[in-house]
Design a protein around this ligand. Structure first.
Ligand SMILES: *Cc1c(COP(=O)(O)O)cnc(C)c1O
Length: 396
């Protein structure tokens, strides 16, 4: 008995003294919990009034005419291509350095992804390669603001418009930073945001599809709710109201829809997370500055992208080093989690068939290393991680 107790205690002490540092972590507090509790009390946790509130808050924040909350950015990307009703077999330009959803959304729509190489400096879409890869079958382009660093939209947008391409921004790594006077997400036709748990703000899982062209998203309410355009919680109320003419039981299905809506539990988190967003972004920029400062004289590394934490907000902080794999193992031994974002899509078994050459990315892919980065990461943790990296790379 006593031995067991002591053993347990020792394990616990060992664990706490060697606390591991997580790569990503959402910042959730009492306020989120309180908002969720309200939904519990009303016993309405599906697609309800809070989703609408969150959508209104988001469109106010971003400054867009319409915004619909979905269960993921993957769903947003899927539907953002669907609204244009492109002929199957047409092509969509996507970066090779992105999360799989950007390209999967193209396949969901029976379109063909064309993988575009990255700019060596920013790691986002290379304009020269866009020129090379474009042909008459291309109908759309999906720039990704990789890590949160803005793509050169002032060049991409006119380039795409002059070729009659639709522009969908994958904003999963940004919360709508202002770039050259305009919010990311509003530069093209549609912007897609992610509230997955690793992103800048979270609803557990969730996403938002946004546009300033109201007409473009007019079918979204039914596209995200199995083809039925009806305000579910209002109609639930009218089942029992006294208005005999309300015809609440009537609905039409005019098109194939998906089950892609956000629910009120997620929206409860979103409402509070959006209220806390400014604080999150400030903390994130302080963390990046601390990292950059601590690592500035470290040999054999450069920052992942040319970070400008005073102007833009970021989802990924990382470095590039040719000793990446060794450094990963060393940091792991020191209980520091790391990651690689991303393994190039054009080399993945699923996407290899869309043969694409991306030499810039291939020269960089094995150097990319993502470091712990989240709002609750302490300066002590950053200093510890930086010291370990410095020690390892300066003695290798
Ligand atoms: C996370 C992510 C997505 C998908 O977001 P979900 O909300 O998880 O579907 C799409 N694109 C990029 C670049 C991402 O990082």
């Amino acid at each position: 008995m006593l031995l067991q107790f002591l053993n347990g205690l020792i394990n616990k002490l060992n664990f706490t003294s060697k606390k591991s540092i997580r790569l990503f972590k959402p910042s959730l507090g009492k306020r989120e919990l309180k908002e969720v509790r309200k939904s519990f009390k009303d016993s309405w946790i599906g697609l309800g009034p809070k989703v609408k509130i969150f959508e209104n808050m988001w469109s106010d924040y971003l400054g867009c005419k319409s915004a619909y909350a979905l269960n993921s950015a993957t769903a947003a990307l899927h539907l953002s291509l669907s609204v244009f009703k492109f002929k199957p077999g047409k092509k969509v330009l996507v970066p090779s350095l992105t999360f799989s959803s950007t390209a999967s959304a193209v396949l969901y729509n029976n379109l063909i992804p064309v993988f575009v190489d990255c700019d060596i400096n920013t790691l986002s879409m290379d304009i020269d390669d866009l020129d090379r890869k474009f042909d008459e079958d291309c109908v759309a382009i999906i720039p990704v603001h990789y890590s949160g660093h803005p793509c050169k939209m002032e060049s991409i947008v006119p380039w795409a418009r002059s070729r009659k391409l639709k522009i969908i921004e994958d904003c999963a790594h940004t919360a709508g930073s202002i770039y050259k006077g305009k919010r990311l997400g509003l530069w093209g036709d549609i912007g897609c945001f992610s509230f997955e748990e690793k992103k800048l703000l979270t609803t557990g899982d969730g996403g938002m599809i946004c546009s300033n062209d109201k007409d473009l998203l007019k079918n979204l309410p039914s596209m995200r709710w199995v083809g039925i355009d009806k305000d579910t919680w209002k109609s639930a109320k009218s089942y029992v109201d006294n208005v005999n003419t309300s015809m609440h039981w009537y609905y039409e299905i005019n098109q194939l829809g998906y089950k892609y809506n956000m629910n009120d539990l997620s929206a409860s988190l979103g409402i509070i997370q959006l209220e806390r967003l400014n604080y999150f972004l400030k903390k994130r920029s302080q963390i990046i500055k601390r990292y950059l400062n601590k690592l500035k004289n470290c040999p054999h590394l450069i920052p992942l992208v040319p970070y400008e934490p005073d102007i833009y907000s970021y989802q990924i902080f990382g470095i590039r080093t040719k000793y990446r794999d060794e450094l990963i193992k060393y940091l792991k031994k020191n209980r520091v989690a790391t990651g690689c974002h991303y393994s190039p899509l054009h080399l993945q078994p699923l996407f290899k068939q869309y043969k694409s050459s991306c030499p810039n990315l291939e020269s960089q892919a094995d150097l990319l290393l993502t470091l712990p980065f989240h709002v609750d990461l302490s300066f002590r943790d950053i200093d510890f991680i930086s010291k370990k990296i410095y020690k390892f790379l300066s003695t290798i």
